[in-house]
Design a protein around this ligand. Structure first.
Ligand SMILES: [Zn+2]
Length: 83
């Protein structure tokens, strides 16, 4: 089971590039997860956060956004996260 890292949207591009460079240098294969698999991992991540702080509106909001995107059919084009 490969390690999973969560990175916020602002840091994502820079972090991914660093990961790719590091992996290449160490001959470790690097693969981006399919978007729906990422969303399911994110959902589990926020569900854990919700157990820790059930009254945090930001967590609830993030979970709703993830559920909404998981409901979108798998034919969704690209991943314009911020549109
Ligand atoms: Zn960040």
């Amino acid at each position: 089971m490969p390690a999973t890292f969560f990175v916020c949207r602002e840091c994502f591009r820079a972090a991914e590039l660093e990961f790719q460079i590091s992996c290449e240098g160490a001959y470790i294969s690097y693969a981006r997860l399919p978007i729906r698999e990422s969303l399911r991992l994110l959902r589990a991540f926020y569900q854990d956060r919700r157990r820790e702080s059930p009254d945090d509106g930001r967590v609830t909001e993030a979970l709703q956004e993830i559920e909404r995107r998981l409901l979108i059919g798998p034919v969704e084009r690209g991943s314009k996260l911020d549109s």
